[in-house]
Structures are given as structure tokens and as C-alpha cells.
Ligand binder design. Structure first.
Ligand code: NDP
Length: 444
């Protein structure tokens, strides 16, 4: 049996009931086969076995008291996956679906994503099955303080620097940081995505969405194409989706559909982002309200229908496995030319297969949504240097990082004979740097 197959088989046996982790590991490892064949020293050093095993997994109890005085208990996680090229870095997700499998898949992806940014950051991820939806500010604060009361002992500005993800935005980062500072008595860059008044960076809020558009724009440019006049659909209506929409619109595209976890809106005149922002960012309401406020738009219950809306560019920006084979086939049938993943692992393995065999330009998450973590690393640099860069400076750095990522994954794919296959290009380019660092460190 080949080395990659052997490692995957044993991973599945040793980690049963972790389907998302199996899915991510299968996607990554199978594409690395050509690199592994070229480097027999990797197998000799047990590199893949070590690569898929987190350096540390922390699981803890998070007790808190709700507004009715009732004691609640959630599960907390931090997976410190790989620190070969820098301190662990990766977001915290608060969502009822969170479990160890999901945090491990996200952590594994994060290693390669962070490597692709070209910045010195290792991979980690964390979160909780806590659901922030419908909770009061006091309840959110109580939960965040309890979460940090355990997490603080495992993180640090040079050890592990968490950030936001689904359900963890500026408000949550503020409460988490406040508790860390209180316990540790140090004001350092231990979390990113902080508010501008206490060490945050300009552009961090926009970074993942903007970065997604910058890399897609570069892929289009390489084909003599541009966003101008293109029809775009974006799933989700959270942080990534909103700023992807904003940048795509500023480049002349028409975004016609978006969703939240209840259903999607279709607006043939082009989404009015001011209304979306008011509903989702200010009122924390449901996207359904959009159709009540904007004439000519339609709301449909259920998310999946969004993929039946004809478009040139599809940007999945909500969550994992939101595009299955059937949805991918529908998109292709309706003429999609580019799919770029803003969310993590939004396309199933089958869906990716459909895109690749149909000539769709497919940009995988670890490359396409790396703008968020790259800007987090820029926030870390500003924190440790006690500096504050202008919006234009950070935005220019972000754009140049995304353009570089595109060319790195394009070159890696070409170098190994898989031109245009950016899943392979991203996995290979991200992995080689981590593998070299792991080899240099010996068996650790
Ligand atoms: P937000 O919490 O801001 O928004 C998430 C959006 O996705 C919401 O519209 C939410 O709907 C929707 N959503 C969440 N879960 C589901 C589901 N199971 N089914 C349908 N819709 C769902 O998160 P972000 O925008 O920050 O993150 C979105 C994705 O991007 C995630 O995969 C995340 O890992 C990834 N990502 C985020 C980065 C960042 O910088 N924020 C960086 C890199 C990747 P509702 O409002 O109903 O909950």
C-alpha cells in the first residue's frame, strides 16, 4: 500500500466518528502524492503521520449562568495543530454544530492556509458548541469570560493567537480579550480581530471578503477577464459574505443572491448591501426582512435553492459542505465560470470533482480565504512593533499577499504537471514549507 493510503487508513481507524476531519485529510493527502513520491525522506521521517496528528488537543468545560439564573454548560476546544513555521494561529467558532471533528478539520486546513500567506504562523483552531444566537449581551459576556478563564493558560502572543470565526466577531473578541487581560495582567497581541481602540488593525473586518475578491480578480486577470458586468451569487450574509459583496460590487459586478441559515434572497436589481448590513450587523436579524424592505426582491425558505440562481461567479461564504454534487452540477449547467471559496470546505469532494471536470476555475478555501488570517498576522506585527498602519497600507499588503498566493498555487500546480488544478497547487505549495520546517526540527 502507498504511503498516503496507509496514513489515511490509519487516521480513519484511530479517529473514528470524525467525518469532517476524514474529508479534509483525504482532500489534502491524496493531492500530496506527487510530492511524497519525489521526497522519500518524508516517509522515512514519518512526516505525514506527524502532520495529521495535532501537537495538542485541549477540551474543557465552560460553565456560565443565563439571564434566568440557570446554570448552563458548554464544551470548549482548542486544537494546537502545528507550530513548525510559527505560533499556532486560527479562529474560534461558536456554533451549536461545533465538535472535535469540525475543529480538527479546520485546524488541519489552517496549517496549509497559514503557510500559503508566506507569513510565520502555524495552524490551530478552537471554539465551542455555544450558540450566540438569541443570547443577551450579558449572556455572551458571561460565556466569553468563562471560556477564557480556561483558555488563557494555553495561549500567548508567541504561543497561540486565536481570532474570530463563525459566531465570534468584534463583540466576542472584546469580551475574550478583556478577561485575558484581567487574568494575565498583560496587554499583548494574544487575540486578533481586536477593536481599533485596543490594538486591532484596520482592514481586519474586511480582510477575508476583500482577499477573496482580490485572488479571484487575479485568476480572472490571468484569463483576460474581470468582475465588470459579471453576475455573482454569495452564500451567507456574515462577515466574509458582506465584505466579498462590497468589493465585488465596487469592481462592477452585480451580486444577485445571498442567504442566512434560514433561506435566501434573490434581487435581480443587485443586492443593496446597506440593507443587508443593517439587518445582519446592526439589528442581528434574519435575511428574510430584506424582501420586506426592497421592492422586486424575493425570499425563499431554505438555503440550497441559491445554487439554482444563474451566475458567472459563485462565492460560497457560509459554512462547510454547503455545495454538494447536485448543487455543483446545477451551477455548471447554468454557466458558472468561477467558484472561489470564502468559507472553509464549503464544497464536498464530489462537488469539487464536478467543477474541475467542467473547466470551472475553482479556488479552494485555503488559498481563497487566506486574507483574513494574513491580515491577522499583520495585526500581530503591528502589536509587537507598537505600530498602527493606515487602511491603505494594510489593504495594499493584503492585496499583494493574495496576488502572490494566486501565483504560488498556479506555479506549484504547473510544476507538478496539474496546470489549473488549484486544489493541488494550494496543498502542495502550503505543505512543502511546513514539511521542510518539520524535517529541520527533527522528530518532535
Ligand atoms: P459569520 O458568523 O459572520 O457568518 C456566517 C454566515 O453563514 C451567516 O450568514 C450564517 O447564517 C451562515 N451560516 C452559518 N452556518 C450555517 C449553516 N449551517 N447553514 C447555512 N448558513 C449558515 O461567519 P464568517 O463570515 O466569519 O465565516 C463564514 C465562513 O468563512 C466560515 O466557514 C469561516 O470558517 C470562514 N472564514 C472566516 C474568516 C473570517 O475572517 N471571518 C476567515 C477565513 C474563513 P445565520 O446568520 O443564520 O447564522
Amino acid at each position: 500500500m502507498k504511503y498516503v493510503e496507509k496514513v489515511l487508513k490509519s487516521l480513519k481507524k484511530q479517529n473514528p466518528n470524525e467525518p469532517e476531519f476524514h474529508q479534509a485529510a483525504t482532500e489534502i493527502l491524496t493531492t500530496l502524492a506527487p510530492v511524497i513520491e519525489k521526497h522519500p525522506e518524508y516517509e522515512a521521517a514519518g512526516l505525514l503521520e506527524r502532520f495529521v496528528e495535532p501537537e495538542r488537543v485541549i477540551m474543557f468545560r465552560v460553565p456560565w449562568v443565563d439571564d434566568k439564573g440557570k446554570v448552563r454548560v458548554n464544551k470548549g476546544y482548542r486544537v494546537q495543530f502545528n507550530s513548525a513555521i510559527g505560533p499556532y494561529k486560527g479562529g474560534l467558532r461558536f456554533h451549536p454544530s461545533v465538535n472535535l471533528s469540525i475543529i480538527k478539520f479546520l485546524g488541519l486546513e489552517q496549517i496549509l492556509k497559514n503557510s500559503l500567506t508566506g507569513l510565520p504562523i502555524g495552524g490551530g483552531k478552537g471554539g465551542s458548541d455555544f450558540d450566540p444566537k438569541g443570547k443577551s449581551n450579558r449572556e455572551i459576556m458571561a460565556f466569553c469570560q468563562s471560556f477564557m478563564t480556561e483558555l488563557y493558560r494555553h495561549i500567548g502572543a508567541d504561543t497561540d493567537v486565536p481570532a474570530g470565526d463563525i459566531g465570534v466577531g468584534g463583540r466576542e473578541i472584546g469580551y475574550l480579550f478583556g478577561q485575558y487581560k484581567r487574568i494575565r495582567d498583560e496587554h499583548v497581541g494574544v487575540l486578533t480581530g481586536r477593536g481599533l481602540s485596543y490594538g486591532g488593525s484596520l482592514v481586519r473586518t474586511e480582510a477575508t471578503g476583500y482577499g477573496l475578491i482580490y485572488i479571484t480578480e487575479e485568476a480572472m486577470k490571468a484569463r483576460g477577464d474581470s468582475f465588470k458586468g459579471k453576475t455573482v451569487i454569495i452564500s451567507g450574509s456574515g462577515n466574509v459574505a458582506i465584505y466579498a459583496c462590497q468589493k465585488a460590487q465596487s469592481l462592477g459586478a452585480k451580486v444577485v443572491a445571498m442567504y442566512d441559515s434560514n433561506g435566501y434572497i434573490y434581487d435581480p436589481n443587485g443586492i443593496r448591501l446597506d440593507v443587508i448590513k443593517d439587518i445582519k450587523e446592526v439589528k442581528r436579524g434574519r435575511i428574510k426582512e430584506y424582501a420586506e424592505r426592497v421592492n422586486g426582491s424575493v425570499y425563499t425558505e431554505g438555503c440550497r435553492g441559491i445554487w439554482s440562481v444563474p451566475c458567472d461567479i459563485a462565492l460560497p461564504c457560509a459554512t462547510q459542505n454547503e455545495i454538494d454534487k447536485k448543487s455543483a452540477e446545477l451551477l455548471v449547467k447554468n454557466g458558472v465560470k468561477y467558484v472561489a471559496e470564502g468559507a472553509n470546505m464549503p464544497s464536498t469532494l464530489d462537488a469539487i470533482g464536478v467543477f474541475q471536470s467542467s473547466g470551472v476555475v475553482f479556488l479552494p478555501a485555503k488559498a481563497a480565504n487566506a486574507g483574513g488570517v494574513a491580515t491577522s498576522a499583520l495585526e500581530m506585527a503591528q502589536s509587537s512593533g507598537r505600530m498602527f498602519w493606515s487602511f491603505e497600507e494594510v489593504d495594499a499588503k493584503l492585496k499583494s499577499i493574495m496576488v502572490n498566493i494566486y501565483h504560488n498555487i498556479d506555479n506549484a500546480a504547473k510544476q507538478y504537471g496539474f496546470e489549473g488544478n488549484y486544489v493541488m497547487g494550494a496543498n502542495i505549495a502550503g505543505f512543502v514549507k511546513v514539511a521542510e520546517a518539520m524535517l529541520a526540527h527533527g522528530i518532535v
